[in-house]
Ligand binder design. Structure first.
Ligand code: BLA
Length: 518
């Protein structure tokens, strides 16, 4: 029932991960009709382990008989039509198993007309005195942090403490859905992943779409044996049960292999969402199997949502302040051109302002063409290449500027210097093309970290291709080859200050023209 084509490394975005037909073994799944008796129409094969009743005994029987009519009525009164995991309904159930009462923490929701119950054994940590303390310290830490990176760090540390996991990362997506670890809390001795980059394909599109609805997932034991749901097809739709909002859903075998090859034993992942967009995830690894109670899962989910919101506001503020700072810096550069009477002074002051000029645009190199001189700062292509490039960029400007984060792909001659200049940002300083500034950024590959041991991480297998973080880094390399980190909005906005030079120049040119005309 899955698809016609086998799923492999090249088409993982086609895998229908919401209908695996299987769950993880740490709970039992029951699907029943939404009637007073609640005829059970599907269940997971492991029902005997937890409920003391085989699938044969359960299928066709009444859910109300199993959980009690009172609990059944309670369920039927609730709104079980969840759009996202935040709407899931929780209830405590007591069921007699082999003559003894057993308590279950149960999640209920409706899936395509059927009532889905997922039962997990109640843990003894249900009452949490610590929860409020955790929430309070978390609020305080976030409020005290100076920027989004320290806020992310505080979040990673807090989630690590609550979960008792070995490693907690804040993973952020870029515009192309490549990811980067921006904060990390980990046990000492573990190799750091902070700053590492991963390709978009590591978390394929359908998974990201699913995580917009299902905000927290856990794999209790990466080496688990999936448990089948029987019968395969749900009676109302004639298709496999839709497990999009299930908490026990069995995860993609490809992803399991990936985690396996990373040496991970258990994971928790929490979606970070703002404005209906998945912008990142809190990704947690434990190096042995680890069960996390519903109480802790819900607490982490709540902290994740709070953190996401807080971080977004902070980002707005950071960007606003960064823009103000950049505008001030840009106007200082502009004044060098406008405020100095002799070209000699301008050149001298530019050389003295090298750091300011490069920092303004977070560049590793810059070239200034002024008064027929080409001045070079930091790491740049050779002067001849710069003149050729300036001609090309000058021809492409709109509003006196042009920018690219993939220069050699747009302008092939730049291949020879793409290490130094895959990003280029041009601003004209006069209406013609004689006076300009170009800033350069290096190819991303030249600067990013990959601390993993390549030899260890490449998994050779009879099939040839195996999933591993190292393989995925290679894929990421291909994706980002010949590109630089893109120019930020606040950097581009700061260019307006420099445009003032052009305007000023234009005015004086006009003045001169007028004077000459007299
Ligand atoms: C899912 N891949 C995921 C998830 C993460 C990652 C966090 C979410 C699932 C979860 O809760 O664990 C990736 N995990 C990472 C990365 C880091 C990490 C990058 O810790 C870095 C530190 N994955 C691949 C390739 C394919 C693939 C090549 O690398 C496809 C061929 C598939 N990843 C894949 C699929 C899922 C996934 C299908 C969905 C799993 C599911 O929810 O069923």
């Amino acid at each position: 029932f899955v698809t016609d084509e086998p799923i492999d490394l090249t088409n993982c975005d086609k895998e229908p991960i919401h209908i695996p037909g299987m769950i993880q073994p740490n709970g039992v799944l029951l699907a029943a009709r939404r009637t007073s008796a609640g005829k059970i129409v599907q269940c997971s094969r492991n029902s005997n382990d937890l409920l003391g009743r085989t699938p044969d005994e359960l299928l066709g029987s009444s859910l109300a008989d199993l959980i009690g009519q009172e609990a059944m009525n309670d369920l039927l009164e609730r709104d079980l039509n969840a759009a996202a995991s935040s709407d899931l309904q929780y209830l405590k159930l007591q069921i007699e198993v082999d003559g003894l009462p057993v308590r279950f923490t149960t999640v209920a929701h409706e899936s395509e007309g059927l009532l889905i119950l997922e039962l997990e054994l109640e843990t003894d940590d249900e009452e949490g005195d610590d929860d409020f303390r955790w929430i309070r310290t978390f609020f305080v830490k976030l409020k005290q942090s100076a920027n989004r990176y320290t806020a992310s760090q505080a979040a990673a540390e807090q989630v690590k403490e609550i979960l008792g996991y070995d490693r907690v990362m804040i993973y952020e997506f870029d515009k192309q859905w490549n990811g980067k670890v921006i904060a990390e809390a980990k046990e000492p001795g573990l190799e750091p992943f902070l700053g590492h980059h991963y390709p978009a394909s590591d978390i394929p599109k359908q998974a990201r779409e699913l995580y917009l609805r299902n905000w927290l997932r856990t794999i209790v034991d990466v080496n688990y044996t999936p448990v089948e749901i029987v019968p395969t097809v749900q009676p109302l739709t004639g298709r496999p049960l839709n497990l999009s909002l299930s908490v026990l859903r069995s995860v993609s075998p490809l992803h399991v292999e990936y985690l396996h090859n990373m040496g991970v034993g258990a994971t928790v992942t929490i979606s970070l969402i703002h404005d209906g967009q998945l912008w990142g995830m809190i990704t947690c690894h434990h190096y042995s199997p680890k069960y996390v109670s519903h109480r802790i899962r819900n607490l982490c989910n709540f902290l994740g949502a709070f953190f996401s919101n807080e971080l977004y506001q902070r980002q707005q503020l950071d960007e606003y302040q960064a823009e103000l700072r950049l505008r001030t810096e840009a106007s200082k550069i502009a004044k060098i051109f406008i405020g100095n009477s002799s070209p000699f002074q301008v050149v001298e002051e530019l050389y003295a302002s090298e750091r300011r000029l490069l920092d303004l645009m977070g560049a590793s190199g810059a070239a200034v063409s002024y008064n027929d001189k080409l001045l070079l700062f930091g790491e740049t292509p050779p002067p001849g290449d710069i003149r050729e490039l300036a001609g090309w960029m000058g021809g492409k400007t709109s509003n006196y500027t042009y920018r690219t984060d993939r220069l050699s792909l747009e302008f092939p001659p730049a291949v020879s210097y793409k290490e130094k200049a895959s990003g280029a940002l041009y601003v004209a300083l006069s209406p013609g093309q004689q006076n300009y500034i170009i800033w350069f950024r290096p190819e991303v590959l030249q600067i990013v970290d990959w601390a993993g041991d390549p030899a260890k991480a490449v998994i050779q297998d009879n099939d040839g291709m195996r999933l591993s973080p190292r393989k995925s880094f290679e894929k990421w390399r291909q994706v980002v080859q010949s590109t630089a980190f893109d120019w930020k909005t606040e950097e581009l906005n700061a260019l307006f200050e420099l445009r003032a030079v052009v305007d000023n120049q234009t005015k004086s040119d006009l003045q001169r023209a007028e004077e000459q005309a007299l």
